[in-house]
Unconditional design. Structure first.
Length: 59
């Protein structure tokens, strides 16, 4: 039982050391991630369409 208590005390101690982003930073980072995902979605979709067209031309 003592090991469990030590574990949770350690977790609590480490969580207090963590620096959490502000609301403004969170919105900024989330926007960057969403834009990056959308960019790669469009990029790979266009790449897929291009490869599909090349394969259809070869046949």
């Amino acid at each position: 039982m003592a090991k469990k208590e030590n574990f949770f005390q350690g977790v609590k101690s480490e969580m207090q050391k963590t620096s959490w982003p502000t609301g403004k930073e969170l919105v900024k980072y989330t926007t960057i991630v969403v834009c990056t995902v959308i960019f790669f979605l469009i990029f790979f979709y266009a790449l897929d369409l291009g490869i599909t067209e090349l394969i259809n031309l070869i046949r």
